[in-house]
Design a protein around this ligand. Structure first.
Ligand code: ADP
Ligand code: ADP
Length: 231
């Protein structure tokens, strides 16, 4: 059964007198354990779709079922709970807190979730172990390379054991060699059973996912469609 079922999703923005259709009748099903890349150029609707999938924003029409739950019917508090339980976010710029150690950064979402200190520490160390950085637990982000910082951010995303890892341009701030290493790590996590949704404008990255859809002018196409031919 799919972990994500999106049907006929629409999202428009009003900007002055103009209406921008950021998502235009988007439908997609994503199964547990998939590794999906969503590829599209700037302005195609990637961030809007990511905000929907990540339960940061609600559809204006259409339905979004996450683990069978109707996201469109939830209030802000319910959305925050779902987000915390189900989704691990990975960002282009890592979004680590600079005054906190790697371990403390990884612990943060568990702290918000009310997990007791001892369990928080154990889970966070396990998570750092998964990304190969357990021995750097005490380092500050500034004492780590870009690739290592992204690993810490991935450990943070994993700490609460979410159903889905949602990565928005996770290699966008990294050189090509480091990008590839991060991609290998993401592939490994997928092989361990994590469902991955990776948003990118980079074809070499997207092609390494198990499934690729493209987005253009707010519309999805399986396998990249025409977009890939034009890139
Ligand atoms: P991408 O992430 O692929 O660059 P976005 O989802 O950010 O695309 O944007 C999709 C479309 O919606 C673009 O035309 C963009 O200009 C427009 N858009 C995004 N956010 C807003 C907003 N807050 N207000 C008005 N228009 C927006
Ligand atoms: P892009 O992916 O196109 O470079 P950004 O990711 O910087 O653009 O932001 C695109 C849109 O998503 C913006 O309108 C921003 O307000 C929103 N956004 C990005 N990150 C978050 C977040 N963590 N929470 C809420 N909204 C976000």
């Amino acid at each position: 059964t799919p972990i994500i079922q999106i049907r006929n999703l629409m999202k428009t923005y009003k900007l002055g007198g103009e209406t921008v259709r950021a998502l235009n009748d988007v439908s997609i099903e994503i199964d547990k354990g998939e590794f999906l890349a969503i590829i599209g150029p700037s302005g195609s609707g990637k961030s809007t779709l990511m905000n929907m999938i990540g339960c940061l924003d609600l559809p204006e029409s259409g339905t979004y079922l996450l683990d069978g739950k109707d996201i469109g019917k939830m209030n802000d508090n319910q959305l925050a709970v779902i987000r915390n339980q189900k989704i691990g976010f990975i960002f282009q710029n890592f979004n680590l807190l600079t005054k906190l150690s790697a371990l403390e950064n990884v612990e943060l979402p568990l702290l918000y979730a009310g997990i007791p200190a001892k369990e928080r520490r154990e889970k966070s160390l396990e998570s750092l172990e998964k990304v190969g950085l357990r021995e750097r637990a005490g380092h500050l982000p500034t004492q780590l390379s870009g690739g290592q910082q992204q690993r810490v951010a991935i450990a943070r995303a994993l700490a609460g054991n979410p159903s889905i890892l949602l990565a928005d341009e996770p290699t966008g701030a990294l050189d090509s060699k480091t990008s590839q290493e991060i991609l290998y790590l993401i592939q490994e996590l997928n092989e361990l059973g994590h469902t991955i949704i990776l948003i990118t404008h980079d074809l070499t990255i997207a092609q390494q996912a198990k499934r690729m859809v493209s987005i253009q002018d707010g519309q999805l196409q399986e396998n990249g469609g025409e977009l890939i031919g034009n890139m």
